[in-house]
Design a protein around this ligand. Sequence first.
Ligand code: CP3
Length: 347
Amino acid sequence: MEINQRFLQACRREPVAATPVWFMRQAGRYMPEYRAIREKYTLIEICQHPEIAAEVTMQPVRALGVDAAILFADILLPVIPLGLGLEFAKGEGPVIASPVQTLEDVRAMKPFDAESDLGYVMDAIRILRRALSGVPLIGFCGAPFTVASYIIEGGSSREFLKTKTMMYSAPEVFHALMEKLSVVLSNYLVAQIHAGAQVVQVFDSWVGALSPSDYETFVLPYSQKVLKAAETLNVPVIHFGTNTTTLLPLIKRAGGSVLGLDWRLPLDDGWKIIGHDRAVQGNLDPITLFAPLPELKARVHDVLRRANGKPGHIFNLGHGILQHTPVDSVKAVVDMVHEYSSEQVGV
Ligand code: CP3
């Protein structure tokens, strides 16, 4: 099978014949094939069985014709070997049994060896590199702040009350937690690259809850450490966050060869703030996929027009695919992106 190069080329800001496209959360409950597997296994069981994780990773590659595969795993898997207890409760999202509150709690977190303690993730990567034959594989981890927010809150959060209270009232505890997470997450990402991940993405999904000055003090040095660990191995690194309009210059400083943009800012405006020395990924609103096809098409074309055929654009959503998204619309976007951008090139 021919090797699909356009995603890797766009990450390196090389010209491509058509804009590459993949979707965050491209595997998941909106796909009937995924729901069939989820009837038999929990989310964590899927992740812990490398053959099944690999199969779920392949489902959207086969169904959609995307230009990259993203490993099926979760940003919270490292919580298991850290010894904090992880469960995905029905309808509630993730639940962490022993949230971290004090310096003693941080010290009690067990540093782990990714290659052995999360060996099932590495095995899934090795299976996928053979099975994908030519479609590039993206590995990933959560950024220290986003993972810390779950570990402190004990689950999902709207206001990040406990997280920001810790930052403001017990900064030494917050820094100690971020320091420890930056070490284990760096090792985890490096292990994925050694196992065969060709690109990695660092998800800082909830970082938009912070002001620029809090980001600079409490987050930037730790994200930088994780991003640098991967960049040193010469693979493209995608640095993703949402609600980041005011943070983009600092996010750029933290690192990443590709920066994720959400839909709150037009793609060309975001790219201008970042500078054209970095590639960008984004930025269709995931809810656009619920609109009628002509409206969806107009909005896909708008993103591509704003990218203007400049080298270094990877088409994606501004955040992950939502649960009840129509599969046919997702497939239609893949074709729209390839068709429109291939006509755009050279214009
Ligand atoms: O993108 C992919 O296809 C790869 C798989 C993937 C999952 N989670 C599987 C999953 C990826 C990249 C993630 C990342 C992740 N996990 C993030 C960052 C991305 C983002 O969306 O901001 C976050 C914040 C998490 C934490 C997490 N995992 C939450 C909050 C939830 C519950 C939310 C929900 O929709 O119920 C999960 C569960 C989860 N992880 C699902 C999937 C497909 C839900 C489906 C299921 O339970 O089967």
